[in-house]
Design a protein around this ligand. Structure first.
Ligand code: FAS
Ligand code: PHB
Length: 390
């Protein structure tokens, strides 16, 4: 078959790119190894930056987000036995929306199907060919095992950190920047009303904890754990006990509930350059990973594909190449800003192994300064709610 853009991966990046290209009259095929049910159920990110919310609303994807999403005008930092609220609205006039990544994915899939978009789930053996030629191709087997080939003008590698697209760039041309952290996040989804109406980032001597939510009935909670921890070793009771200890504060009562989901996610910072090689364009987690402390992962993926949709539209519809030529450079400026912010939030809020007393005092000083200085709090707020798209 032939299309203009072959998109590998049906996560937020691939699906939104397909939607944005369709709005510009450019056809695409989305190839996804997992089933539709799997990608719609996969629990991941929870916070949408204001630019993300405004973009989704502007392209017809805001209805359920606006009715079910939870707008938040601040978060709290919990340390020294008290809460210190960062007031986004007062400091920046902007806000965030809590709306699960799986809900965004459901809305995107529904929109693509309603527009007769070509989404291929449960494919296998996806292989990229001739990415540095003029006739790139993608071969794969469809859900019933039939061998298929897509000839296209461009390939968008939106297949996440463990996909195949990044490795289609010759190793000798790739520069990878990476930092792994000496801890992981154990995340749970619990069927209980949130214990507070906003997110709480908690710095505790036993380790970081985060109180978040998905709806008025579902709470999302995280614990910092050792990087080699296995979820099998964490009973529900052990998780709740640790959450009670770390999140304890006057006037705060953590309500328990049925565990709907639990898992452990490693923490790393990763960026690969270039994000373009010939007719291959990388976007989202295929090109970068941030520790989730800054709630940037999905938002960065969305910023990438907004830029990629603009670049491919200018090229395929008007023959203009300046945006595809500058694609990586434009995205990387926002990516590195998000990398720094995510690293800064992670370094400030997590207890590093070894318990260095000097580092502990530095972290406390950073937290106290951020909580009491308007310029310092504004720095956190403007990065958290999302800087304007380029
Ligand atoms: P995705 O990984 O979402 O999507 C890639 C898609 O490509 C997947 O559906 C995959 O099945 C598919 N694929 C892979 N290989 C393929 C192949 N060879 N052929 C075809 N398809 C292929 N971010 C936050 O902001 N907050 C969080 O709390 C948070 N928690 C996370 C927890 C986990 C376990 C993970 C892995 C990530 C988390 N993230 C979080 C980051 C996450 O939200 C990503 O930033 C976001 O999913 C990026 O979207 P995509 O780039 O579309 O990649
Ligand atoms: C979430 O609700 O899943 C969430 C919120 C904030 C983060 C990370 C994850 O920094």
């Amino acid at each position: 078959m032939r299309t203009q853009v072959a998109i590998v991966g049906a996560g937020p990046a691939g699906l939104l790119l397909s939607h944005l290209l369709a709005m510009a009259g450019i056809d695409s095929v989305v190839l996804e190894t997992r089933s539709r049910e799997y990608v719609e159920r996969r629990v991941r990110a929870g916070v949408l930056e204001q630019p993300t919310v405004e973009l989704l609303r502007s392209v017809g994807l805001g209805e359920r987000m606006d009715s079910e999403g939870l707008p938040h005008e601040g978060i709290s930092l919990r340390f020294d036995g008290a809460d210190h609220r960062i007031d986004f609205a007062a400091l920046t006039g902007r806000s965030i929306t809590v709306y699960g990544q799986q809900e965004v994915v459901k809305d995107l899939i529904a929109a693509r199907i309603a527009a007769q978009g070509d989404l291929r789930f449960e494919v296998s053996d996806v292989t990229l060919h001739d990415v540095d030629g003029n006739e790139p191709r993608v071969t794969f087997r469809d859900a019933d095992g039939t061998a298929q080939e897509v000839r296209c003008d461009a390939i968008a590698g939106c297949d996440g950190f463990h996909g195949v697209s990044r490795s289609a760039v010759p190793a000798g041309l790739v520069t990878a920047y990476e930092q792994t952290y000496p801890f992981a996040w154990l995340g749970i989804l619990a069927e209980t009303p949130p214990s507070h109406d906003e997110l709480i980032y908690c710095y505790h001597e036993r380790g970081f904890a985060l109180h978040s939510m998905r709806s008025p009935q579902v709470t999302r909670l995280y614990l910092q754990v050792a990087p080699d921890e296995r979820i099998e070793d964490w009973s529900d009771a052990r998780i709740w006990d640790e959450l009670h200890v770390r999140l304890a504060a006057d006037g705060f009562a953590l309500t328990e509930g049925a565990m709907l989901e639990k898992g452990i996610t490693g923490m790393r910072s990763f960026v690969v350059e270039p994000m373009r090689h010939g007719r291959l364009f990388l976007a989202g987690d295929a090109a970068h990973i941030v520790p989730p402390t800054g709630a940037k992962g999905m938002n960065l993926a969305i910023a990438d594909v907004l830029q990629l949709s603009r670049a491919l539209t200018a090229w395929l519809r008007e023959g203009r190449t300046e945006l595809i030529d500058g694609y990586g450079e434009t995205c990387l400026r926002r990516i590195w800003r998000a990398q720094h912010f995510s690293w800064w939030m992670t370094s400030m809020l997590h207890r590093f192994p070894g318990g260095d007393p000097f580092q502990h005092q530095i972290q406390l000083s950073q937290l106290r300064y951020t909580a009491t200085s308007v310029p310092a709090a504004t720095t956190l707020a403007e990065n958290y709610v999302g800087l304007p798209f380029s």
